[in-house]
Design a protein around this ligand. Structure first.
Ligand SMILES: [Zn+2]
Length: 425
């Protein structure tokens, strides 16, 4: 081996090591109230120590020994909570109000950075994922990450033929999808439902590839069926009827998680008039004025106000809110998810709106935060995310006000860290 070759390999190793060492120092965040994302009560005057992108220790000030080489960051009077996990989002080709504008890596990174600035540090993209999404998913197991993490489902499985559905599942599995996503409802009667025998084949094929099945649904009856068929994740609220004991017993017995996506419903009717959040500075700081203008053109607003499906989904939201309250009271695991990503479902901001709606539906602020952190991580099967426990990735936000007192305080994020790296404002 020539000296030149050896030198260049050495250089490569040095450059590679440098690129992966953005946060090699050990940081201690001292004095905050710490919400750790588990069932534990918030810890006052806490210390969070991170190194190499992960949580090293966490506890009350008196119980945590600081390492010698530590850099101390005083966060007294502030609150630390884990990065929020959106258990049902989409990171795809949307730009502005165009759903099919740009499926490039750059456009996906733009969205993942937007989520990150809002403190959403993981997005479980349930469908529509193309090559760039799979690549970004593969690249994120690194200590210099500074954008939201992404998990992918690939194409949404559809059709009325069992073999075709099995083939589609296999294609997504071969590409390395994290979930299999399908739709069991009928678009409010606009499209035929997937035949149940075909749905059974889909679940069978996904499970033979060791992949969980996330289900888009609307009707209580379909929700009961997907549980019978052993599907794994309810990706939207039940919106036709209040949940009953039969459903609550089945969903509890199967330990299936429920993702309300209440803001998805909001997005179907709210632009019939000017939404309240159009005057929220926390929304406006990231909103594209051209998009806001387009959403407020009189033709578009009156079209939405007169839309039959908008009215149906608006009524569905009322049912959905009641069901979130009932399922939470029955201790069914609820994972925060929004279905953001398609046009006018604003990534980053809608997750905060979703937390507010979950509280309006009857959850305590702390329970809503758990739904968006530790419980969401469990529901998407990611055991190294979601809580601030030793060994987990150091994904968290520092807030100036306590969100357990008022859920709107999740919007007081001062800084966001992903794998211990501060996300650029
Ligand atoms: Zn979706």
């Amino acid at each position: 081996m020539s000296t030149t070759v050896r030198l260049s390999s050495l250089l490569f190793v040095l450059v590679f090591a440098w690129a992966g060492s953005a946060n090699e120092g050990t940081l201690a965040f001292v004095g905050a109230t710490i919400i750790d994302g588990t069932a534990a009560a918030p810890l006052s005057d806490g210390v969070l120590v991170i190194s190499d992108g992960r949580v090293r220790s966490v506890g009350p000030r008196s119980a945590v020994t600081l390492p010698d080489d530590v850099e101390i960051i005083s966060v007294e009077g502030k609150t630390i909570m884990p990065g929020l996990i959106n258990a049902h989002g989409h990171v795809g080709a949307t730009v502005g109000l165009d759903a099919n504008a740009d499926s490039s890596t750059e456009n996906l990174l733009r969205q993942l950075r937007l989520y990150a600035r809002y403190g959403i540090t993981t997005v479980n993209s349930l469908g529509g994922d193309e090559a760039a999404g799979f690549t970004l998913r593969d690249e994120q197991y690194r200590a210099d990450l500074d954008r939201a993490r992404l998990f992918v489902a690939g194409s949404v499985i559809a059709g009325n033929d069992a073999q075709s559905v099995r083939d589609q599942v296999n294609r997504n599995a071969d590409r390395g999808a994290n979930f299999i996503k399908t739709r069991i409802d009928d678009n409010l009667g606009a499209t035929p439902k997937m035949p149940r025998a075909v749905f059974d084949a889909l679940v069978d094929q996904a499970h033979s590839r060791r992949l969980p099945v996330a289900v888009h649904l609307f009707y209580l009856d379909d929700a009961k069926y997907m549980l019978k068929a052993d599907a794994d994740l309810i990706a939207h609220s039940i919106r036709d009827l209040p949940v009953d004991d039969e459903f609550i017993d089945a969903v509890s017995a199967k330990r299936v998680c429920y993702i309300p996506t209440l803001t998805r419903e909001i997005s179907t009717f709210v632009y019939g008039s000017v939404p309240e959040f159009f005057s929220d500075p926390y929304f406006l700081k990231e909103a594209d004025p051209a998009v806001l203008e387009a959403l407020q053109t009189p033709e578009r607003m009156s079209r939405m106000a007169a839309s039959r499906s908008a009215q149906a989904y608006k009524a569905g939201l009322e049912v959905a809110m009641g069901n979130v309250g009932a399922l939470h009271a029955a201790a069914v695991p609820i994972a925060m998810g929004t279905d953001t990503g398609p046009p006018a479902r604003f990534q980053g901001y809608f997750e905060h709106l979703e937390l507010q709606l979950m509280v309006d539906a009857g959850m305590s602020p702390l329970d809503a935060i758990r739904s968006a952190t530790g419980i969401a991580a469990d529901c998407i099967g990611m055991s190294d995310l979601g809580t601030l426990e030793p060994g987990r990735w150091a994904d968290f936000s520092v807030l100036s006000a306590d969100p357990t007192e008022n859920i709107a305080n999740t919007k007081t994020i001062e800084s966001v860290y992903i794998a211990g790296n501060r996300v650029a404002d």
